[in-house]
Design a protein around this ligand. Sequence first.
Ligand SMILES: Nc1ncnc2c1ncn2[C@@H]1O[C@H](COP(=O)(O)OP(=O)(O)OP(=O)(O)O)[C@@H](O)[C@H]1O
Ligand SMILES: [Mg+2]
Length: 700
Amino acid sequence: MAKDVLLEELNPQQKEAILYSKGPLLVLAGAGSGKTRVITHKFAYLTKKKKYHPSSIFTVTFTNKAANEMKERIARFVGSDMRQSWIGTFHSQCNKILRREIKALGYKPDFSIYDDDDQCNLIRHILKELKIYEALYKGVASRISILKASLISPEEFLSQGDGFSFDEKLGRVYLKYQDELKRCNALDFDDLIMLTVRLFEENPKLLSKYQEMFPYILVDEFQDTNHAQYRLLQLMARHKNICAVGDDDQSIYKFRGADVSNILNFEKDFPDAMIIKLEQNYRSTQNILDVSGAVIAKNPQRKPKKLWTEKGCGEKVIYCRLNTEEEEARYIARNIKDLYLKGNYEYSHFAILYRINLQARAIEDALREEVIPYHVISGVSFYHRREIKDIISYMKLALNTDDNVSLRRIINSPPRGIGASTLSKIEHEAKKNSVSLFAAIKLMLKSNNITSSIKDKISEFVKIIEKISSTHHKTAADMLKDIVEKTGYIEDIEEERLQNILELVSSAENIPIKDFADRVALVSTTDDEPKKASVSLMTLHSAKGLEFPVVFVTGVEEGILPYFKAIDDASEMQEERRLFYVGMTRAKDILCLTAAKKRRLYSKVQEQEPSRFLQDIPKECCNWIEKVQQKTEVIPEPAKLPPKKRASAYTVGCRVKHPAWGIGVVRDCCEEGSNTKLTVNFPGIGIKRLVAKYANLERI
Ligand SMILES: Nc1ncnc2c1ncn2[C@@H]1O[C@H](COP(=O)(O)OP(=O)(O)OP(=O)(O)O)[C@@H](O)[C@H]1O
Ligand SMILES: [Mg+2]
């Protein structure tokens, strides 16, 4: 491909960032200024023009989805096979390294990966054993996660304590947790990074092997790296060919250990680093930029940035405050419907963003009511559903019989009469002999200490796992089918769960077992594939890096945005402001901020005040709409209306022919009484609302 194609559609600063090759480079710029584009084009340029092999560029993205998009885009540019490339999240990259090298740390390369759920199960188990209040497990899990993100080992943490405080207990849980993980031959997400850092720090030879393997490093969303990830970059970038792009205003993952000061340290740790700023925004209209820019400008300690656009003012930003969250949701749904029916936008062009998941409930109801297709990103991911986790746990246990957490999960699922008392006997036996639960069961089978009925049950379980693990399966799908068959898992299962399992099996066709197990383990809730032709619902956190023509930021109220927990803490408050900024800057053409005067929160109806952030919005850029009644009244429980029925002969999106108006596309159809009502967009004519039986339409 000609050189021009790689460098066209780039402004001079972007070009400079792509061509710069004299060492460390930091691209620091506001939302929508083309930072991710710099990474993608730089990768293409390095492989095409500078003859770097695609597998020699270590590229870090924030989500797996972003990695896949980047691979696709680069493949289109340079036409090379990107399957061997190293483009992925920190977690998936470290997993790849550890699968090859972890022996050096005394783990086996077939380690299991524990997600949040497994992690919490293990921590609860430990709290119970140590007789610490079990309900604390979530807080403990997040404290441990932050310690790991800061590269603080249990020993180090314990050595800092005074021996009495809560931290002392936490230290003991952390220590035991790490021991248990090792015994299970398992790593949690934070271990993937922490152990890779340890691997490199303890094995200089291995480190130099990887330094040579990757003469170039590219990092997107640099502002949300944590200390461990930053340390990893420092270790790997000996040659100093590192290009990181980020925006300090979009650092929103502090609660997971992200440290925005990495941006400031970059210049210190990589002396002679070049800094390039991008100022042209290609995403949003001027009004959207002015509104979001004015809000973020109020944060102290930020790198000042200017953003301008050639897109023009565009429509004013809308702020609308309504009586209740149900009215807010209906307002959003109706606006989406109207914009859609006008024909300029598809449903996939809309995003509805919220601060907390429970805001989605009313919004989903309203969308269903209007028969608007939607999907929720985040929420419970497919891979976290009970039946899916169960089947995957069988797979994990068959691949790694030390995996006690998976064993505990499935030993009695489907029910086979192995109750808590049997399990505790197994736990006891395992501890006595310092072996895994699976090995302990096998020992028990040889002894005479248990009744024959228990023996039968546990021997049946062992047989199933051994049969699965000794069979040579060609693909992950074969293995999953085998699991389903041998365990009898789908007998007596609900239809929906059955369908999910079938979907899991079909998604594993033609994929090698280990690749599939890794993919499933590393998937995060923000990776859900957006379904085509439907409105996206997600939290503000999940919206990072994305863009949509029309964006609704909902619940712009005190207590929601900013979230009530942040209100007394200046630095948390700054993070809330950044979160609002991230949300607003996802919008290309239309940005609508909504709020409710009353909201049901945690089963109480609360009076809500408009968010303090609204005061910073320049009045002239915004249409202020108040649809609130002054008199206070009790909000009735929202009526759950059944969604309108879809008509059968016509579907949304189908094409029809009208004798006078020609060919059109059905934008909406519903049945009212005995009539099928259609809304059809006839290009050049406009939107027409028709009753199907009188309209003389022909479906084509
Ligand atoms: N030089 C350019 N010419 C035309 N369009 C561009 C250019 N650079 C970027 N874009 C487009 O602008 C939009 C924003 O770009 P991109 O997502 O790379 O920005 P970003 O800085 O990574 O944003 P964020 O901070 O939200 O991650 C994208 O649709 C991208 O294709
Ligand atoms: Mg980006």
